[in-house]
Design a protein around this ligand. Structure first.
Ligand code: ADP
Length: 437
């Protein structure tokens, strides 16, 4: 790069020298013309012009119209002329890598004011491109400056490149170490690093989010293991105790005892079914089979099927449904209604009331499931849609759930690009509002 600057500069400098030479020659001719006054040459001035020209590497011989020499550079001082010529030749050899420099003579006629030829001048020089000592000095200095600037630029480029590489590689290294830590289960760690590079900061933020999510999942997984083993162990122990007592002859295998064992087995089956449903939902959750669904009859059917459970607890279900049809995945939306209704029945005390209201709102469908049951504490509302989250284990002990009903509801509604909101007050009741687009 340094050399290309240098070459470009030398080319420009050559153009400058050629132009300068042409200007000097035309100035010399002009000056000589002006020294022909009233048919006579002003010799002292001509000599002055000739001397100055020698210093610029231009050697003039002035002849009158009869070809008599009026003033000649070599005649004036051949020694100075030889010194100047020698130095120019030297410079030319040096600048043009030893190629031969040609001494040329240009013949120019001199005319007076009336355009009569009054003489001619022979201008000798080393072409229009030749270098005087100060030109060579100037070029050398400039080349030095270009070399220094070139070296400085390379150094600055290297330093900047190293700094940029460090700035990028350091946060990437931090992020990669963190990813490895996450891989080994260190979800609690967070990257606390500000790289000042937007894309890398986004990457760091994503890794932090990922580790937070994985930490949460890990907690849920541990809770699930405890929940499942607890939920399964209780009915299993009961069944085992009852059967052992009967085998040992402590209890008669009468209808009441066998019914009690059967209830525990039913509880176990229900639990296993719920787990199976979750696994199935997980594997096919992104598939939607959209068809035109009459929501009014869909809800009415589900209410009808759950009526006996509600009656067992003396719960009254009141429906206020508009005739609404929409393009939905019928099975999945049925699952939403079943889960929300069965939650309302399970978490409402005997003698309570459940209201189901459905209406069109702008282009959307809104369905409200309102109960006057146990309600949900404020601090728990944000967790209830999370997998395996249950508000209060002791409170929920007899409801038979494992905390996945609302997770499924939320995923199905998200898949339909709808939303679900909850308004609840402890001991007053809960309202789940589903909006479908
Ligand atoms: P579960 O199988 O435990 O019912 P869900 O995911 O359906 O799981 O619900 C999560 C938790 O939210 C429940 O354990 C319960 O504490 C609370 N909940 C859900 N619906 C209601 C409701 N209608 N009234 C009061 N609490 C509710």
């Amino acid at each position: 790069m340094k050399y290309s600057y240098r070459i470009a500069f030398e080319k420009k400098f050559e153009q400058y020298i050629i132009k300068n030479y042409e200007t000097q020659v035309s100035n010399i001719i002009g000056s000589i013309k002006s020294e022909y006054i009233n048919g006579k040459w002003n010799l002292p001035s001509i000599e002055q012009i000739g001397k100055e020209a020698i210093n610029k590497g231009i050697f003039i011989d002035l002849y009158d119209k009869n070809d008599n020499l009026i003033w000649g550079a070599m005649n004036y001082n051949s020694e100075i002329c030889s010194i100047v010529m020698g130095s120019i030749e030297n410079n030319m050899n040096h600048m043009m890598n030893g190629s031969e420099s040609m001494y040329t003579i240009q013949n120019i006629e001199i005319e007076d004011e009336d355009n009569n030829v009054v003489g001619n001048v022979k201008i000798g020089s080393y072409g229009s491109l030749y270098y005087m000592d100060n030109d060579v000095e100037f070029l050398k200095e400039i080349n030095k400056v270009i070399t220094v600037i070139g070296i400085l630029m390379i150094l600055i480029t290297v330093v900047v490149a190293i700094l940029i590489a460090k700035n990028i590689s350091r946060p990437i290294e931090v992020a990669s170490n963190m990813a490895n830590l996450i891989g080994e289960g260190g979800y609690k760690n967070k990257i606390d690093y500000d790289s000042n590079i937007a894309e890398i900061d986004v990457l760091i933020k994503s890794i932090n989010n990922l580790s937070a999510k994985l930490e949460e999942q890990e907690k849920l997984r541990k809770r699930l293991t405890t929940d499942i083993s607890h939920e399964l162990r209780t009915p299993l122990t009961n069944v085992q105790t009852h059967i052992e007592a009967m085998i040992d002859g402590i209890w008669e295998p009468d209808t009441q005892r066998l019914n009690s064992v059967n209830e525990e087995v039913i509880r176990l089956t229900h639990l296993v079914n719920q787990l199976q449903r979750l696994a199935k939902f997980d594997s096919e959750k992104s598939m939607l089979n959209l068809i035109e669904v009459n929501l009014e009859s869909l809800i009415k059917n589900i209410v009808y099927n759950n009526q006996s459970k509600a009656l067992e607890k003396d719960i009254n279900i009141v429906c206020d449904l508009e005739n609404v049809t929409a393009y939905l995945d019928k099975d999945k939306i049925s699952q939403v209604v079943v889960n929300l209704l069965s939650n309302s029945i399970r978490y409402t005390n005997s003698g309570g009331e459940i209201n189901i209201r459905m209406y069109k709102y702008h282009n959307n469908v809104k369905i409200h499931f309102k109960d006057n049951g146990v309600g949900i504490p404020n601090e728990s509302i944000k967790y209830i849609f999370e997998r395996f989250y249950r508000v209060d284990e002791s409170r929920n002990k007899d409801t038979g759930g494992i905390g996945i009903g609302l997770t499924i509801v939320k995923s199905i509604i998200d898949l339909h690009k709808g939303k679900i909101e909850v308004i609840s007050e402890i001991n007053k009741g809960s309202e789940f509002i589903v909006t479908l687009l």
